[in-house]
Design a protein around this ligand. Structure first.
Ligand SMILES: Nc1ncnc2c1ncn2[C@@H]1O[C@H](COP(=O)(O)OP(=O)(O)OP(=O)(O)O)[C@@H](O)[C@H]1O
Length: 370
């Protein structure tokens, strides 16, 4: 298969000391690659090495079959735009000036912008919504605005490949989503290939065609999001010792409270999650059920409850499961019910609720719509 971007046996590091060795990357034109991994894992080091800001210790990088190290600076900047947040803190430049520097590969360092260049700069600013601040001093804007101006600059460069180091770290939710849509649009319209690092795993999973997992010593995995976001892997990559990450839903949860369950939560259909989190915040161990394994409450229950009485998805609750739930409920001082009514397939939970009343348990009704 023909790849547009390839890194072969690439080793990166500082002062000739390799930090990460034998990195292999292969991307087709228009693919989005995201690097993920813990702080200090080597993501920026890899990006800087690809961008030629750091010398490769070993290996070769190819763009469209051409070795990158043989390219002239100007040829490289027509192919590759780089956005590192800490870079470019120039005196006395407006945001528009900064975006216009993206055209230097086309105009030359002191070149005058042609009408086409002006148009490209204008469109780049519009695409990331920085037109309103175009006349402001680049050094006196917020971090999020700076990130967007730098992105506009890279877009104005009209590159084939764009390299971005944590491009969304300062962006609010609206701009995070807009930013990623801009990348997708540019990929669709212009075949832009994107190589970036992200700390937002849920965004990485949604936007990336390929993900490279770096752990500080080597590339642990390289593959499609569905090959990376498999149960248990994120906790392993990030050495999570406190709390958990649910790869199916992209949710992270704080650690469960240890100890014997004091409360039994009758929940289901996503009505229980907020109660689970409230109990966790208050340091109260709880058990919950009966949940089908495909219930919206199930991932949070698994992460936060001391015990989850569960039933197989799309199968009836068995007598044994109901009995187990009753036994567990019996040992708890309190019961919280988050359902204000029970559907046809929740008759077991209705029976459990009646059982709680018979046992004269203290019952709190906690409905979401309250
Ligand atoms: N200029 C440098 N000289 C020597 N070592 C460096 C230099 N810059 C970074 N390092 C080291 O290289 C390692 C990888 O750093 P890097 O910045 O690539 O990590 P990262 O994955 O981007 O981290 P983060 O998520 O915190 O941004 C770290 O141990 C860091 O201390």
């Amino acid at each position: 298969m023909k790849y547009y971007f390839r890194a072969e046996k690439m080793s990166v590091g500082y002062q000739k000391h390799p930090l990460i060795e034998n990195i292999e990357i292969a991307l087709q034109k228009g693919e989005i690659l995201t690097l993920i991994g813990p702080n200090g894992a080597g993501k920026s080091t890899i990006l800087k090495s690809i961008a030629r800001e750091l010398a490769l210790i070993c290996g070769t990088v190819y763009i469209d079959e051409k070795q990158m190290e043989t390219m002239s600076g100007q040829e490289l900047s027509k192919n590759l735009a780089v956005v590192f947040t800490e870079k470019l803190r120039s005196e006395m430049m407006t945001c528009e000036d900064v975006v216009a520097t993206g055209r230097y590969p086309y105009t030359g360092r002191f070149g005058i912008l042609s009408p086409k260049d002006h148009q490209v700069v204008k469109e780049a600013m519009e695409s990331v919504h920085v037109t309103a601040i175009k006349d402001q001093d680049f050094n006196r804007i917020s971090d999020g605005q700076r990130q967007r101006v730098m992105l506009a600059r890279a877009i104005a460069q009209e590159p084939e490949i764009i390299i971005l180091d944590e491009p969304t770290s300062y962006l609010d939710i609206r701009y995070k989503l807009e930013f990623l849509s801009v990348l997708q649009e540019m990929r669709k319209k212009k075949g832009l290939t994107v190589i970036m690092s992200l700390h937002e795993l849920e965004l990485a999973e949604k936007v990336s065609d390929k993900i490279l997992c770096v752990n500080g010593r080597y590339v642990d995995r390289f593959g499609k999001p569905e090959e990376i976001f498999v149960p248990g892997y994120i906790a392993e990559l990030f050495s999570l010792s406190s709390g958990s990450y649910d790869e199916i839903n992209g949710n992270m949860e704080l650690p469960a409270i240890k100890g014997d369950a004091e409360v039994f939560v009758i929940a289901g259909g996503g009505t229980g999650r907020n109660v689970y989190r409230r109990l966790q915040r208050n340091g109260i161990p709880f058990a919950t059920g009966i949940l089908f394994q495909n219930d919206l409450d199930y991932p949070a229950a698994k992460a936060l409850a001391t015990e989850v009485i569960c039933a197989e998805s799309f199968e009836p609750v068995t007598d044994r499961q109901l009995e187990l739930a009753k036994q567990r409920l019996q040992t708890c001082d309190n019961v919280i019910c988050t359902k204000d009514s029970f559907g046809t397939f929740e008759s077991a939970n209705q029976e459990l609720f009646e059982y709680a009343k018979q046992c004269k348990k203290q019952i709190e009704l906690s409905y979401q719509n309250e």
